[in-house]
Design a protein around this ligand. Structure first.
Ligand code: NAP
Ligand code: GDD
Length: 345
């Protein structure tokens, strides 16, 4: 049975990748960092007590800012495949905590690669690189497009990407880098724009939120469905040769278009509810990301399975179900919670 180890297991992609790898028959070891409250919501449906026989999914405490903990884990687990998904992944937040963002996304990647080298593991390595690294490079972007990062997050990811390539070239490591364009799902973090929108639509529809405040509505993104993207990660590690791959749908939409469609899914007119608040503008914006994923399509046979319209519908429906479940559980408590949360997003 193949053993896989992933960082960022508690995140959106980590949860889908864990499901995917378990379905492939792997034993899966996820890294989780210490948190003062539970941070495994996205994984709880997969978890079985490790005392039970047949358990194939294990979580371990460590942190990408703590190199020793990574060496110890790799030494103990000895995985065949490593997926490095952990990061402070919010672009706007990276302007507020740039050093920490770099410490995790850049330094953490280097620490993990060093842990692989020092433990002498013969394993395959996946690095979660990002289309954000293209920044202001004109669309469409592919593997040969020059990078022009526009945020501390993107600069840190660019280091993670190039150090992965460097370990491949220096030490012959089977290390691949997926340059993934935006991918979303009902498990998307609540402060990324798509989820912020679909959650607000559901809350407005049910009468527990009045307004949605957003930043730049003109930005264009190539949005896909997260489960399709974790399949691409796995496919990269099944290739004989490592490499770098752009993954995206090849279709871009503005934030405004996402808003319009999401409100329409709930029979609402977005213009009545959405206001622009400059607080959500970024010091430097990435205007237009559009993937040319022809290499991934050709070499991996990768194809997205969900259209933009379906993605919006999936997310709005999931948020409606979530709010309905909460409302059934105690309407008054919810009204207070939603309003205070809304101010902080
Ligand atoms: P996410 O939901 O924000 O998950 C990030 C994960 O990293 C979480 O599990 C988080 O733990 C963990 N983490 C953060 N700091 C850590 C630390 N110091 N040590 C250990 N773990 C830490 O992100 P995602 O959307 O799943 O994305 C996965 C990866 O792909 C990220 O590296 C992201 O930058 C990259 N990426 C994402 C997209 C996208 O559109 N989703 C596109 C391109 C690249 P907690 O749960 O405890 O916070
Ligand atoms: N978050 C957020 N909140 N974004 C807003 C808002 C708002 O209120 N209003 C407008 N936007 C715009 C942002 O300015 C950006 O242009 C676009 O919506 C998308 O923002 P996010 O959803 O935060 O994603 P991102 O594109 O900055 O970054 C995501 O995708 C990258 C891949 O391209 C993250 O998942 C990164 O981790 C990932 O690498």
């Amino acid at each position: 049975m193949k053993k896989a180890f992933l960082t960022g297991a508690t995140g959106q992609d980590g949860s889908y990748l864990t499901e995917f790898l378990l379905a492939k028959g792997c034993e899966v070891h996820g890294l989780k960092r210490r948190s003062s409250s539970f941070n495994t919501d996205r994984l709880d449906h997969l978890y079985r007590d490790f005392h039970e026989s047949g358990a194939r999914f294990f979580l371990h405490y460590a942190d990408l800012t703590d190199g020793g903990s990574l060496v110890k884990l790799l030494y103990d687990i000895r995985p065949d495949e490593i997926y490095n998904l952990a990061a402070q992944s919010h672009v706007k937040v990276s302007f507020e905590v740039p050093e920490y963002t770099a410490d995790v996304a850049a330094g953490g990647t280097l620490r993990l690669l060093e842990a692989v080298r020092l433990t002498g593991l013969r394993c395959r390595f996946y690095q979660a690189s990002s289309s954000e690294m293209f920044g202001s490079a004109p669309p469409p972007q592919n593997e040969t497009t020059p990078f022009h990062p526009r945020s501390p997050y993107a600069c840190a990811k660019l280091f993670g990407h190039t150090i992965t390539v460097n370990y491949r070239e220096s030490y012959g490591l089977h290390a691949s880098s997926g340059i993934l364009f935006n991918h979303e799902s009902p498990r998307r973090g609540e402060t990324f724009v798509t989820r912020k929108i679909t959650r607000a639509v559901a809350h407005i529809k049910r009468g527990v939120q009045d307004k949605l405040y957003l930043g730049n509505l003109d930005a264009r993104r190539d949005w896909g469905y997260a489960p399709d993207y974790v399949r691409a990660m796995w496919q990269m590690l099944q290739q004989d040769q490592p490499g770098d791959y752009v993954v995206g749908t090849g279709e871009a939409h503005t934030v405004r278009e996402f808003v319009e469609l999401a409100f329409a899914c709930a029979d609402l007119d977005w213009k009545e509810f959405v206001e622009v608040d400059p607080r959500y503008f970024r010091p430097a914006e990435v205007d237009y990301l559009l993937a040319d994923a022809s290499k991934a399509r050709r070499a991996l046979g990768w194809e997205p399975s969900v259209t933009f319209a379906d993605l919006v519908r999936i997310m709005v429906d999931a948020d409606l179900r979530e709010i309905d479940a909460k409302l059934r559980g105690g309407e008054e408590a919810l009204r207070t919670a939603v309003h205070s949360e809304g101010r902080n997003m």
